[in-house]
Design a protein around this ligand. Structure first.
Ligand code: ZN
Length: 164
């Protein structure tokens, strides 16, 4: 396994549409392992292949309940609404307020190319929507309300100084 370089906002690959996986290959298995390692190293809860420069429909998510690998994922049902703060490894140090469905049903293939379906709620549903958006070239900043919030460590320090 190896860490991959994250693509950062402004890199035009992030606006491109990823292509489906039609056949599992060793290099995709390796990519999935690298994506997981890169996500954990950067303390993210999700990562799409395009964020490491590969235009394929692969997503990894771990909201603290173990890794989930989604190949060619599709949201087949969604309902409810949640509004909350969202960040992205491709937009470091920032967060935005984004409204998403509170409940989604997702259809995908696992890394053995077996189809499965699951339901996600709350934060997990948000992560699924965010990552699947990446596969169609969309970033959360397109739908965030108002200005992005600075959440970098530096900003935290400044805020702390103001309190003193
Ligand atoms: Zn993202």
């Amino acid at each position: 396994m190896a860490l991959r370089n994250l693509r950062i906002e402004g890199d035009e690959i992030l606006n491109k549409i990823s292509r489906p996986i039609t056949e599992m290959k060793d290099r995709y298995q390796e990519l999935i392992d690298d994506m997981l390692e890169t996500m954990y190293e950067n303390e993210g809860v999700g990562l799409a292949a395009v964020q490491v420069g590969v235009l394929r429909r692969i997503v990894v998510i771990d909201i603290g309940e173990g890794p989930v690998v989604l190949i060619n994922p599709e949201i087949v049902e969604s309902d409810g609404e949640q509004t909350g703060s969202e960040g992205c490894l491709s937009i470091p140090g920032k967060a935005g307020i984004v409204t998403r469905p509170n409940h989604v049903k997702v259809k995908a293939l696992d890394r053995d190319m077996k189809e499965f379906e699951f339901e996600a709620e709350g934060f997990f549903a948000r992560a699924c929507c965010h990552e699947i958006d990446h596969l169609d070239g969309h970033l959360y900043t397109e739908i965030a309300e108002g200005d992005l919030i600075d959440v970098s460590a530096e900003a935290d320090d400044e805020e702390f100084e103001d309190f003193e």
